[in-house]
Design a protein around this ligand. Structure first.
Ligand code: DGJ
Length: 717
């Protein structure tokens, strides 16, 4: 049989595509191999031969492969990559006439079914440096009538049998990015999201790994859908062992009906594979975001931020804000962000969304005096907005009640007492553009916190669903605003981390990872977040001592160390802190600035110890000369003393000075003596000793942490 092969290589991975001979029953190409880099001379034909699956007795007369678009049309009995029909016809397209266009690091595969009137286009592109494979699918209706598209996987990946374990995401408001691990089950494991935004509970990603994979060991594949709307991710294992992963946009009934000549373009899926466990996988995704996906403004140092939300809520008094700004500047803050409550009649969460004009009762002289104060103190000014929403009690809603997403003759349940504007209506999108443009033109606003505080329930324009279009209209609105104000940075916030994905990150600069400023909860949220996102895009603030979302009372060092690694900031009433606390905050900010260039460019180190009772998070500089690592205890350790902390990521041949930045409080409660060695700067160990022998961490109280700095010590001559 005459098949041909196409190969893409990155620095550490290889993709092999098998293109069947024209006229073969399988029709479409298939991914023969996606994994660690193969040797240059690897013979694809031999690899294919070695994997030939015999046709089983009792089944079809040929073994059905998993193509780029598996379908019953080719005998594939599992979940098809495409479902749709034309009034009951053309539901099983048999694609043929395959063309493969090859570029330096990408392939575009097109195939047609002229009878069904459909053209499929799959693109695959492999980033050489970051080892991220980006895939997307387009379907064009070439037929004379409408085509009702029900599912179109953005990508289909074959999963080799040795990837036995699956790590997927779960979560909730104030508890995002939690992970769940299990054996790959028989049948379908499916995660669907119908919330109309990325969601707190179904972060659109899945990780598959070899048995027992961990932070440093095992081969793992990560997959993420770069999309901020409804989605579906499924892993399927068929009885004969064939396994596949599909990710794509989830359509509500009738949502995508392609007119004749119309094309559906899926969001992108980003895959990566690593032989170095989750740490290696994260490093690939972090490099991809840093070097290829994030808007370029983010390559600057991330300014330490003060956000006013948990300091003042809706209680905006210029005098108080001036004092807050003064204090912020004194401790080293570089950006001052005025959160919710600044616009007309916005005195609580029930009113005024949509009316994006300043509340002159609160700011009789406009925003200028506050901005001038902020700027004179050397800080940049940022502002909170929630453009997609409208309060029933607002001038906008009274004037344009028809501008909201709604289902005919059904009352939409409100969420945070608000409705969602229908951005697919050009007049609504224009109104938002003009309101935001006016603000950005009138004031020197350097940063927008773009919030979005409810799930979409009636994702419709009267009678038909428009969720995907709404997401695209949101992207278009942000893109338009960025084109007019290219230096303004934007944060994506959706009641915390409800809209965190690579789709929104193509046009925004950071993510508010969670509304929980509680460092205890943040520890696991941030570990999960960091699987796909690098620390610098993670908004992380020192919150109040008495946490507002949980009621926990947490020590300042623990709060500061937890926020330290991300895009660092404060979100508490600094005017209430005493001078000792202010000095401590200032010391952490100074330390952060000293380490910031490493924190926000280096390689993340994570460890989960004692079943999550202790979490390690750190960053190693690219040249492996410096590292900073936090050891956070979330619950009493089982055995009194914990095992020495080993740090395998350092250079085994170099020596490092190890010094803790902070000391445990009241160590005498648990230990008869606190060894000085970690604190006095005299400890020097090789990377090999740190990896194999380790550091005895003192017994720490729950909800406290130790911050360790490691700096290379040159060899004595
Ligand atoms: C929800 C956000 O996540 C908070 O940080 C804050 O900005 C509030 N909205 C303001 O209403």
């Amino acid at each position: 049989m005459m098949r041909s092969y196409r190969r893409l290589d990155s620095s550490r991975s290889t993709l092999l595509l098998e293109v069947p001979e024209k006229g073969q029953p399988e029709g479409l190409p298939r991914i023969l191999y996606w994994g660690s880099k193969l040797i240059i001379g690897e013979e694809p034909e031999s690899l294919a031969q070695a994997l030939v699956r015999p046709a089983l007795q009792g089944g079809l007369d040929h073994a059905v492969p998993l193509t780029l678009s598996p379908s019953l049309a080719n005998g594939f009995p599992g979940q098809p990559a495409l479902t749709g029909h034309r009034r009951g016809r053309d539901a099983l397209p048999g694609f043929h006439d395959v063309e493969v266009q090859a570029g330096e690091n990408h392939l575009i595969i097109t195939a047609k079914d002229a009878k069904a009137g459909l053209t499929l286009e799959v693109s695959l592109s492999l980033s050489f440096d970051s080892n991220v494979l980006t895939a997307a699918t387009r379907l064009t209706n070439e037929g004379p009538s409408e085509y009702d598209l029900q599912w179109c996987a953005a990508a289909v990946l074959p999963v080799p049998a040795n990837f036995q374990e699956i790590l997927s995401f779960k979560g909730r408001w104030c508890g995002e990015f939690q992970t769940a691990r299990r054996e790959a089950p028989m049948g379908i494991l499916m995660r669907e999201n119908r919330r109309g935004r990325t969601s707190h509970d179904s972060f659109p990603a899945m990780i598959l790994g070899t048995k027992g994979f961990d932070e440093t060991q095992g081969t793992v594949i990560g997959a993420h859908l770069a999309w901020s709307g409804n989605h579906r991710i499924l892993h399927e294992r068929l009885p004969d062992g064939l396994r596949q992963l599909q990710l794509g946009e989830l359509f509500l009934p009738g949502e995508v009906i392609l007119a004749s000549g119309e094309t559906y373009s899926s969001p992108e899926v980003c895959f990566s594979v690593s032989d170095e466990g989750l740490g290696g996988l994260s490093h690939n995704f972090h490099s991809f975001l840093r070097n290829e996906l994030l808007p370029t403004e983010t390559r600057e140092a991330r300014p330490v931020t003060l956000n006013t939300w948990e300091a003042i809520y809706f209680d905006h008094a210029p005098e108080k804000l001036n004092r807050l700004a003064q204090r912020a500047a004194e401790v080293g803050v570089e950006r001052f962000v005025l959160d919710d409550g600044w616009f007309k009649n916005r005195n609580d969460e029930r009113t005024a969304l949509g009316d994006w004009v300043l509340d002159e009762a609160k700011y009789p002289q406009g925003l200028d005096p506050l901005i001038a104060k902020v700027e004179n103190l050397g800080m940049a000014f940022g502002l909170w907005v929630e453009p997609e929403m409208v309060s029933p009690d607002s001038d906008l809603f009274r004037a344009h009640p028809d501008w909201v997403l709604h289902l005919e003759s059904l009352q939409e349940p409100t969420g945070r007492y608000q409705h969602v504007l229908n951005l697919t209506k050009p007049e609504a999108a224009n109104y938002l553009f003009e309101s935001l443009d006016a603000l950005l033109t009138r004031y020197p606003i350097r940063y927008l916190k773009w919030d979005m505080n409810r799930d979409l329930s009636h994702q419709a324009d009267g009678s038909s669903f428009v969720t995907g279009q709404q997401t695209k209209a949101l992207y278009a609105l942000i893109d338009r605003l960025r084109a007019s104000h290219p230096t303004v940075e934007i944060e994506s916030c959706a009641s915390g981390g409800g809209r965190a994905d690579f789709g929104i990150l193509r046009r925004t600069h950071r993510i508010w990872a969670s509304d929980s400023n509680d460092a205890h909860d943040r520890q696991s949220i941030q570990q999960g977040f960091s699987l796909f996102f690098p620390p610098e895009i993670m908004g992380a603030h020192i919150g109040p001592m008495h946490c507002h979302t949980t009621g926990r009372r947490l020590d300042l060092d623990f709060r500061a160390i937890t926020a330290f690694f991300g895009h660092f900031g404060l979100e508490a009433d600094l005017t209430e802190l005493d001078s000792e606390e202010l000095e401590r905050v200032a010391a952490y900010i100074r330390l952060h600035k000293e380490w910031r260039s490493i924190l926000h460019s280096g390689r993340v180190i994570r460890q989960t110890l004692e079943n999550g009772r202790a979490l390690v998070f750190g960053v190693l500089s690219d040249d492996r000369a410096r590292a900073i690592v936090s050891y956070a205890v979330l619950d009493q350790t089982r055995d009194g003393l914990t095992a020495p902390l080993r740090l395998p990521a350092l250079d085994p041949e170099r020596r490092y000075r190890v010094q803790a930045f902070n000391k445990p409080r009241d160590p005498g409660r648990r230990m008869k003596n606190l060894p000085d060695i970690l604190f006095d700067g005299s400890l020097v160990l090789s990377g090999k000793a740190l990896a194999n022998s380790g550091l005895q961490i003192p017994v720490l109280d729950p909800d406290t942490a130790l911050l360790l700095q490691l700096t290379e010590v040159p060899e004595p001559r």
